[in-house]
Design a protein around this ligand. Structure first.
Ligand SMILES: [Fe+2]
Length: 191
């Protein structure tokens, strides 16, 4: 099997989910080393802001019911979690959010991602933000490939998560993403 565990998320790709897609940013926003089944995945975030927005992951929903655990190894971040509403038939409504959480995390923390929750992680520190996680990734040999358990398209279509994390007076603040129809009032745990 042709295994290429390294992947990087480019500025070009991240334009799909930035608050300001025209903003200037680093060529690579974050780096990943994928562990496959037996090893943990490692992610390393760049520092700084892009159009005022802190460097973040693209964000995705899990399409299968499983819990993933992130460990923060270095740095400080804000974990965004959101759950969509469902219609009467039980189909997810992509632009209506039932609950949204912004959780401050730092080195040493271990955070479980609830089943079906959309999630993205933002680097608010002046160092690399480094995490490990245990989500199984199918190593296909395509370094740009996305994990098969994850749906990135919905977040891409919505131009990001329900809120952007923006630097204001040196501190992170939440700015609602206007693409969402009804956005739940954020439940903030120490922003
Ligand atoms: Fe995930």
């Amino acid at each position: 099997m042709n295994i290429d565990p390294f992947a990087s998320r480019t500025h070009e790709k991240m334009k799909e989910v930035l608050m300001d897609p025209l903003a200037v940013g680093p060529a690579i926003h974050y780096y990943m080393i994928r562990g496959g089944k037996d090893k943990r995945n490692v992610t390393v975030w760049e520092t700084g802001t892009v159009g005022g927005e802190y460097i973040k992951t693209y964000g995705h929903y899990h399409i299968v019911d499983f819990r993933e655990t992130y460990r923060i190894v270095e740095g400080e971040g804000i974990l965004l979690l959101q759950i969509r509403k469902k219609d009467a038939e039980g189909t997810w409504i992509d632009d209506e959010i039932e609950s949204f959480q912004a959780i401050r995390v730092k080195a040493g923390d271990e955070i479980p991602i609830p089943s079906f929750a959309g999630h993205a992680l933002v680097n608010i520190s002046e160092t690399w933000l480094v995490t490990t996680d245990d989500s199984p990734v199918n190593l296909s040999g395509d370094s740009a490939s996305m994990p098969v358990h994850a749906d990135y398209k919905v977040i891409g279509n919505m131009r990001g998560m329900a809120y952007y994390v923006v630097e204001k007076d040196g501190k992170p603040t939440l700015v609602p993403n206007p693409a969402y129809k009804k956005t739940a009032t954020p439940m903030v745990t120490v922003l």
